[in-house]
Design a protein around this ligand. Structure first.
Ligand code: FES
Length: 105
């Protein structure tokens, strides 16, 4: 499976994605900048990414906990998600996300 990650310079990277890993872990394992300061506990918003619009409806809906934490992020948009709360499954092969100032600065 592949995860496509666009960095802050607008360069897209194709990363090998393992099933049942979180998108945050896959980005980190793929050597892209990922702060993820709370280690995936849904407590920091430093794993904030933007999801490509065509993928938004294909992902599991946000739990209230994710929404609350995401409120602490910067430049939150309707397509914002916390990448530590997105667990990669085969039907997410080809998912496209873009890094943010929260996750990569
Ligand atoms: Fe902290 Fe995702 S790593 S909320």
């Amino acid at each position: 499976m592949k995860l496509f990650v666009t960095d802050l310079e607008g360069v897209e990277h194709a990363i090998e994605a393992m099933p049942n890993w979180t998108v945050m872990e896959i980005i980190r394992d793929g050597d892209q900048p990922m702060r993820a300061e709370c280690g995936g506990s849904c407590a920091c918003a430093t794993c904030h990414v933007y999801v490509a619009k065509e993928w938004l409806d294909r992902l599991p809906a946000m739990e209230p906990e994710e929404r609350d934490t995401l409120d602490g992020g910067f430049e939150v948009e309707p397509n914002s998600r916390l990448s530590c709360q997105l667990i990669m499954t085969p039907d997410m092969d080809g998912l496209k996300v873009t890094l943010t100032n929260d996750s990569s600065n």
